[in-house]
Structures are given as C-alpha cells and as structure tokens.
Design a protein. Structure first.
Length: 327
C-alpha cells in the first residue's frame, strides 16, 4: 500500500500547474487567484469511521463539531477565515434518523456560530461505516496568505498554545477510563484558531515578519518536518520549551506514557505552528497577548541544515518519535 506521502508526491508530479500564482497540492489549502486583490482558498478533508474516530465515544454532536473545526483549522493555517462549506456524508445502516438529525443540527449550529454557510454537498448510503467529506472555502488578499514553504534561516519556531492534550484525551477514550474529562474534551471538541490565524496573516505583512505557518493536526514533529521540507530548511526544537497544560505531567504519569513522545507525536491539538523573524518575536508576543489574552511560545529555531534536531536543556536529544500514519 502506498503511504500518504507517496500518494501526494505521485499526484503532485501528475498535476504541475503552469501558473505560478496557483498553489495546488502541498499546503493546508489550495490557493486560486481571482485578481491581484483577491484569492479563493479551498481545503478538503475526509473523516473515516474507525480511522479518524470511533462512534462508541464520539457523539453526533462531538463529531459534527470536530469535523468542522478540523477543516476550519486548515484555512486558519493559511491566515484565512472560512466562509463556505460543502458536506459529503455516507451513512451506514446502524445510524438511525435521530443520530443523523442530531449530527446535522450541530453541524448547522457550528456553521452559524462561525458565520459559515453550507452551499452544497452530497449524501449517500454506506455499507458498514460512516464517512464524512468536508470542503471549506474562504477568500483573502494574496499578500495575507501564509504558506508552509517560506520559513527562513534564523526564524523562531512558535506555537499558539499547549500541545499534547488531545492525545491524552484520545488515550483515555480508547482505554475507556473514567475521568480525564478536560483532556477528553480537547480530543472531542477542539477549536480552530481562526481569529489567531487571521491576526498572524494580516499583521505579518507590515509589523511582524511571519514567514510560514501551518496547523498541528498530525503532531508537532511530523508537521514541523513538513514545514522544513517545504521550505528547504531544518529546525532545532527545544522539547523542554513546548507548552503543555498544568496537569500534563501528572496525567502522562497516570496514563503511563512518555511525556516527550506525547508532546512531539500527539496530534489534533490544532494549534498554529509558525515561524517569525527573531527580532520581531517580543513585540508580536505582546500584541498577541493583548488581543487574545493568551501567549505564543517560542520552541526552537530554523537552521540551514535539513532535518529536525531535538534538544533538551540545551543538549542534543536522540529520540525516535512515534508519528501518526494515515495508512
């Protein structure tokens, strides 16, 4: 079976655009220029039962929320607000009308809360498992759109919030453990950083040279690796500077897992990962805190040598990170 990276790599070679203004395969979203002042930004995501979620702990309400916010996050990673959505849903026989109506009601509620309009899609029956296919659309001036391919040597690597929490919640849900409600909700009800993405995109052109950005969906290590590969640079990551929730260390002990692996390999936090000119970080941090009443965190630096290098307490750390694979 081909891996996700192999499938994407093959398709990129088959569909090379002759228009340099068009970004197709290779980032969090596709960018189609409409004029010098406006671009259409599109992202599609598939959620498959027993691959991305299990219905024994994902209620229809939680699934509708997460399906939308995980897609909103792709546009936030480009510095773009989602405006329109299309829903494809393939429903198996074991889901009754009540389940479907609850899912659709919350889907509509979350769209309205975020000023997003449903403009179409498709519905069909499924043989045994639920599949969701969601496409989101937004518009933005091209100068505000952020890409994962523009990191510069010397940039600081930053994140918008705590990492690893959604992974702890997933483990507690998979193991059917009582308690851990805070972390379970991090997994079931994540929030896309839409406003933060807009802020980072729109202000970067003048005040703060923010060069590249993506969202942390599959895990910090693999997503940073993707940013570095796209930008043809490397990174030194300080694992002791990765922000976590106050109860993180206690919870990883209760779950019996390695805290560093959880921070590096656990995905679905949907925080934004971005690189910024080092001289601008302090001012950006102040302005971000004033606007959102929360912090951004510097966790490493972009370097010339390719690869992602780990350090702890200023010393090299040799560790094989356990990463999420779609196949």
């Amino acid at each position: 079976m081909l891996s996700e990276a192999e499938i994407i790599g093959f398709l990129k070679q088959q569909f090379i655009s002759s228009d340099e203004r068009i970004l197709g395969i290779g980032d969090d979203a596709a960018v189609l220029p409409l004029s010098s002042e406006q671009a259409l930004v599109i992202s599609k995501d598939i959620l498959a039962e027993n691959v991305h979620f299990r219905l024994n702990y994902f209620s229809p309400e939680a699934l509708a929320h997460k399906a939308l916010h995980s897609n909103f996050s792709d546009l936030a990673a480009m510095g773009v607000k989602p405006l329109f959505v299309m829903l494809g849903i393939s429903i198996p026989p074991h889901l009754d009308a009540i389940w479907t109506k609850n899912f659709l009601a919350v889907f509509a509620k979350v769209c309205k809360e975020n000023n997003v309009n449903l403009i179409g899609g498709d519905t069909t029956a499924a043989a045994s498992e639920l599949f969701l296919s969601i496409t989101v659309f937004g518009f933005s001036p091209p100068k505000f759109i952020k890409y994962r391919s523009a990191a510069k040597v010397g940039d600081l690597i930053c994140v918008t919030g705590n990492l690893g929490g959604a992974h702890l919640g997933l483990l507690a849900l998979e193991r059917k453990l009582d308690g851990f409600e805070y972390y379970k909700n991090k997994q079931l009800f994540p929030r896309a950083r839409t406003a933060e993405g807009l802020f980072l995109g729109q202000y970067s052109s003048s005040l703060f040279p923010i060069h590249s950005m993506l969202d942390i969906s599959d895990g910090l290590f693999i997503d940073l690796q993707r940013l570095c590969e796209a930008s043809k640079v490397g990174a030194v990551l300080q694992v002791d500077k990765i922000p976590t929730d106050p109860d993180f260390e206690k919870t990883v002990q209760l779950l019996g897992i390695d805290p560093i692996q959880a921070k590096l390999g656990g995905g679905e936090d949907y925080e934004l990962l971005f690189t910024v000119d080092a001289e601008s970080f302090f001012d950006l941090q102040i302005n971000f805190r004033q606007k959102f009443k929360s912090n951004i965190f510097s966790i490493g630096q972009i370097v010339k040598e390719s690869g992602v290098y780990l350090e702890k307490d200023g010393q090299p750390l040799q560790l094989k990170v356990q990463i999420f694979e779609h196949f």
